[in-house]
Ligand binder design. Structure first.
Ligand SMILES: C[S@@+](CC[C@H](N)C(=O)[O-])C[C@H]1O[C@@H](n2cnc3c(N)ncnc32)[C@H](O)[C@@H]1O
Length: 188
């Protein structure tokens, strides 16, 4: 390899390193600011969630705090006709999720919006999922009251909406897992 090529390779590697560092810093900043870490809902919860949502072909499901879109990709795989929209504020999971969409089959693609779920209009949703924190769940519940259409189903995992009675609480607990114990099902 010529000296010129070696310099080009080193330059490219340094750029890659820089991009990775920027993502790590942004991600750390995002987690500190949001106080909700990226943690995907446990596998054993997913089928319960799918059953409770009971989609029709025209359903529009939002995951508020979607991470890299794992939940939505799972739901879309089982019901390909639904529209799936995720909102994610942390750059790293959002970037990974967006790249995944780029390489996934067209009929299994979801939309992953980058931004604060508190600023996204929820009017199109027929189904909403949240796996966040107790505080943010309650904040977003206020937004749900204002924006969701009557009949919209909201499901929260582990954290519940403090001033609303769930129509159902699903016990998903398994002996080996401390997380993903309950799904709270609400109807607006
Ligand atoms: C516990 S994870 C759940 C991820 C995904 N829903 C799942 O179950 O696989 C919560 C995610 O919400 C994101 N988040 C927290 N606050 C947010 C906000 N205000 N707007 C958008 N995303 C947010 C975090 O960055 C994190 O990725």
């Amino acid at each position: 390899m010529s000296i010129f090529m070696a310099h080009v390779v080193i330059f490219v590697l340094q750029i890659v390193q820089l991009v990775i560092c920027i993502f790590i810093v942004l991600d750390f900043y995002g987690s500190m600011k949001l106080r909700v870490p990226y943690l995907s809902v446990r596998k054993h919860v997913l089928l319960h969630l799918y059953r409770e949502f009971n989609f029709s072909s025209e359903s529009v499901v939002y995951d508020l705090g979607a991470g890299h879109g794992r939940v939505l990709s799972y739901l879309k795989k089982l019901s390909p006709t639904i529209t799936a929209v995720g909102v994610e504020f942390a750059p790293l999971p959002w970037f990974i999720g967006t790249m995944r969409q780029f390489f996934s089959q067209k009929e299994q693609r979801i939309t992953l919006l980058y931004g604060d779920a508190q600023k996204v209009l929820l009017t199109p949703a027929t189904h909403v999922f949240m796996y966040l924190s107790q505080k943010l769940t309650n904040k977003l519940a206020e937004k749900c009251v204002k924006e969701l259409k009557p009949g919209t189903v909201v499901i929260t995992c582990d954290f519940f909406i403090e001033n609303k009675e769930p129509i159902k609480v699903v016990d998903c607990s398994v002996p080996t897992e401390r997380l993903g114990r309950k799904l709270y099902v609400y109807q607006y």
